[in-house]
Design a binder for this molecule. Sequence first.
Ligand code: DLL
Length: 432
Amino acid sequence: MIWNETKECMSADEKHTLQSARLVKTVDRVYHNVEFYRKRMQSVGLEPGDITSIDDISKLPYTTKDDLRDNYPFGLFAVPRDQIVRVHASSGTTGKATVVGYTRRDIDIWAECVARCFTGAGITSADIVQVAYGYGLFTGGLGAHYGAEYMGATVVPQSTGNTKKLLTMMEDFGVTAIACTPSYLLHISEVIREEGRLERLKLRTAVCGAEPWTEEMRNVMESELNIKAFDIYGLSEIMGPGVGCDCEFHKGLHVHDDHFYPEIIDPKTLEKVGENVTGELVFTTLTKEGLPLIRYRTKDLTSIEYGKCECGRTQPRIQKFKGRSDDMLIIRGVNVFPSQVEAALLEMGETTPNYMMIVDRVDRQDTLEVQVEVDERYFVDDMRELDNLSKKVVGVLKQALGLAVKVKLVEPKTLPRYEGKGVHVIDNRKLV
Ligand code: DLL
């Protein structure tokens, strides 16, 4: 049985004891097996014996993506290489890939965590789950695959690449659940609508993640596809998909804190912030053998809440992500996240949620142009009407972002569609 099928939870004291024992073991493991951590701890005068409970976690130094890159490829692994049964890697936009490694036990725990997420989304062993995340070095495909298989569901390992074929299999096999990025689900939904295929589908659940998406997008996907859509979070450094997920109440993502201990810090002062205060999410892995990470700075911005959820689960919940600190655009001094554009467009209707933000610097002034695709249902040849719509979008975006923007309406289906993570920003300032 999967741990949260019954929503039974341990008491706060039991959790504290478990987390403390696991942290002590993890610190001991990294101190003795990973030279990087031994040196890091010694540099601040720490020995494993100084960490006796989870309350001591703030004594420990942070780990960053640069530390992973500096120890490329296997330098942070805490077991001999022959105990690593799988590696994944993310290429990132700059520098070397980040390589992560798993022991057999790590893979089992990962599968269980994903299974918990799927269970929270109402998926059971009776479901046929189509995995449409990319398979390969990206953790999405295999992560979702092992999780669905662990719970006994029937897995269709579709990956990305051919939407028409995906839909044919969805119809022929009677697929009931899909796991993919929200960008891809949006594209799939568009094709289903165009081809009038909804009636022939049995789809009832989508579990989407790997990039930020808004509540507005969830509402649109649910009503267009007549499904329930859930958010799943994770990052390859910590494990992959399944670090946390939302439940039927959509009041934040439950973090599996018996395996991944979350903290929120102020990214400038590096001090811990209080409950419900937005900051950078930091994780310490509590059970990982292959690549345990201590206080890993994710760059993801969110807040945390500790109260019991309406669903009955007692895990801490992190709020839906606005974005990453390194995705945040600063335009004329204003902080802007692409997800704000998505939410505003969806709330307005009349356009599709497909958009591209183009940031430039003209005469030392930053400018933002948002290209917005008009919904086919509203696209007309009448220039005056389009002009009115454009003015309306300018007003809506100005209100949402607190910034004057230029809007360029483009014809339906002219902006790129994505099967993996979507790209919504072109920042030309870096080239100036
Ligand atoms: O994206 C793992 C994953 C695969 C998660 C499939 C969920 C589903 P990375 O490629 O290492 O791993 O990217 C991790 O993606 O730090 C976040 O910035 C972002 N991210 C992942 N899930 C969500 C989500 C996978 N549900 C980075 N909401 C993370 C917002 C997300 N952002």
